[in-house]
Write a protein that binds this ligand. Structure first.
Ligand code: ASP
Length: 436
């Protein structure tokens, strides 16, 4: 058994967290590849090292002094090193980084140094080999991730027994440092798990796993034991954020499960993310989770005999494509067709889109309703149980909530409903309580 383990920023925020991480890694001999984030917040209101590094770079770029901010970064790293009595020569490295930022280093370079220094410290603490992510993770010169080059390089890790790798960044072919988007160490972990043919990718964070609903809305929400990659995509897409969205693809290709675990409660089993329904133990509850977000607009076109007008949907979708708006869903009736898109996507474009719809689709009426929240009730168990939709809708009706949109994918894994934004929280609560 080989495991790749990734620890997030809050798991590595100070020396005490480093100790927990070491206990976890050393407790299981198969935890051979360790990917680390930069130190995160120790308490509410604390700094994240990555934020401070970006701040230094932006101050330097505008010609302002940044040594006061850099000093905070130095103190955090030196404190960890000294408390753990490590031997890493941080002073020289910190001074190199300072000079690089001073002489115009890119934001990506600056931000990547948090992971770099943390990995050096962790490698020394564990007695593992340090391998720099810039030797492994490759980007094209246009900044997009180069999977082919990465996989062929990162396979070299297999010849090492125990390794620590900084997350979040790699190198372009021209040699410059490039980062993933924020939270991207999750992606590094996933890539390393695939390249080393790990049997499991453990992602250690500060929560017990994925919850069935947002705990700010449903404080008693239970942890999901097992979820498939596709269910998780539906849930994270709608706002459940524990893992970086893009971290699923590399391991999914290789059918490697991900186990989300809590560094502060290692005894909890966490959430297991598995390739498909075959790997899911029988579930008693058809609902795996419910998630949603506010901020959508529904544009509804009505036209008599719409269903006998070939190309209507094609023309309508073409308008949105031209305006570079991606669509969330398209609920339809016999003479109506609605487009649901996020307010963010539609910002500043609605008037032009309306004009094009009138000219190209010639509808009898167009209705635009904003302030809509979309809620996805997700569960592969829904396929096997009759009456799921019925109990979902009766729960909402009992809660006095009017449903504006209904959309069920034909794979029956997901029922999406649209409600007025003011009903958002009550709808999530009602659905959770009905099934959990
Ligand atoms: N340190 C980076 C961030 O704060 C990347 C990560 O933690 O995954 O976004």
């Amino acid at each position: 058994m080989i495991k790749t383990v990734k620890f997030g920023g809050s798991s590595l925020a100070d020396a005490a967290q480093f100790q927990k991480v070491r206990d976890i890694v050393l407790a299981d001999d198969s935890r051979r590849y360790v990917v680390v984030s930069a130190p995160g917040r120790r308490y509410k209101g604390d700094d994240k090292i990555t934020d401070l590094l970006y701040e230094c770079q932006s101050l330097a770029q505008s010609g302002a002094p940044f040594s006061h901010v850099f000093g905070r970064i130095e103190r955090r790293f030196l404190q960890i090193r000294d408390k753990l009595k490590l031997n890493v020569d941080l002073k020289a490295r910190l001074s190199d980084i300072y000079h690089m930022i001073e002489s115009g280093a890119s934001p990506d370079y600056a931000a990547s140094r948090g992971e770099y220094l943390n990995a050096l410290l962790m490698a020394d603490y564990l007695g593992y080999r340090f391998v720099d992510a810039s030797e492994l993770i490759c980007f094209h010169d246009d900044g997009t991730y180069d999977d082919e080059a990465t996989q062929s390089r990162a396979r070299m890790l297999k010849k090492f027994d125990r390794v620590v790798i900084p997350g979040f960044y790699g190198k372009r072919h021209d040699g410059s440092v490039r980062t993933f988007s924020r939270g991207g160490s999750d992606i590094t972990g996933s890539i390393i798990a695939r390249a080393t043919e790990s049997d499991l990718y453990e992602n250690w964070t500060d929560v017990d796993g994925f919850l069935m609903a947002d705990p700010r809305i449903v404080p008693e929400a239970k942890v999901i034991d097992t979820v498939t990659y596709s269910e998780l995509r539906e849930l994270s897409y709608m706002g459940a954020t524990v893992l970086h969205e893009d971290s699923i693809f590399p391991v999914r290709k290789a059918r490697i499960p991900i186990n989300v675990r809590n560094t502060n409660r290692p005894e909890a089993k966490g959430t297991m993310i598995v390739p498909d329904v075959m790997s899911v133990p029988d579930r008693s509850c058809p609902l795996t989770g419910v998630a949603g977000s506010r901020g959508f607009t529904v544009i509804t076109l009505q036209k008599d005999n719409m269903n006998s007008e070939p190309g209507f949907a094609y023309r309508l979708c073409g308008i949105f494509a031209r305006h570079n708006v991606s669509l969330e869903c398209m609920p339809c009736g016999i003479d109506t067709m609605s487009i649901v898109a996020s307010d963010e996507q539609l910002k500043g474009k609605m008037d032009a889109i309306y004009h094009d719809i009138m000219a190209e689709c010639v509808p009898d009426t167009v209705e635009i309703a904003s302030c809509i929240a979309l809620i996805a009730s997700v569960g592969i168990g829904m396929v096997r149980s009759r009456g799921v939709a019925a109990s979902l809708f009766s729960a909402l009706s009992d809660a006095g909530i009017n449903i504006r949109i209904i959309d069920q994918g034909t794979n029956e894994m997901n029922i999406i409903i649209g409600v007025e934004q003011r009903d958002f929280e009550n709808a999530i609560k009602a659905i959770y309580l009905q099934f959990a």
